[in-house]
Design a protein around this ligand. Structure first.
Ligand SMILES: Nc1nc2c(c(=O)[nH]1)N=C([C@H](O)[C@@H](O)CO)CN2
Length: 119
């Protein structure tokens, strides 16, 4: 099954960073997600109840960012992957996590991870 739900450019505000000043401010991370998910099933019923609800995913990840804090983008990325697999039963995902403006003269930096087994 190569079907995917994708989310591009999800902005999550959180406390993240290794420097002292970063512990006192909120910064915006930008997430691009590819989530393995069945498309034909929910298409047959035309019912969001059987779909991987991308709106629910976005709301949950914004709340995850608001309620927690991290030092490394790596830690945040692993937490997002675990949450999606445990709470939304996503069997495989690819996450690109960008921290725009974190480094001078650089557009963005971050991590790209894949977790789970491709169905
Ligand atoms: N591999 C990483 N390197 C760095 C991180 C990080 O999260 N992962 N973070 C920082 C600082 O917080 C930086 O984002 C502030 O400009 C430095 N290196």
């Amino acid at each position: 099954m190569s079907d995917r739900v994708f989310i591009r450019g999800l902005r999550v505000d959180t406390v993240i960073g290794v420097y002292g000043w970063e512990r006192t401010v909120r910064q915006t991370l930008v997430l691009d997600l590819e989530l393995a998910a069945d498309i034909a099933g929910p298409a047959a019923t035309d019912d969001v109840a059987g779909a991987l609800d991308y709106d629910a995913v976005c709301q949950r990840l914004r709340r995850y960012g608001a309620e927690n804090q991290w030092q490394l983008v790596e830690t945040f990325a692993e937490g997002v992957a675990t949450l999606l697999r445990e709470e939304f039963a996503v069997p495989w995902l690819r996450l690109r996590l960008a921290k725009p403006g974190a480094v001078a003269e650089v557009e963005d930096v971050g991590v790209l991870i894949e977790r789970g087994a491709r169905p």
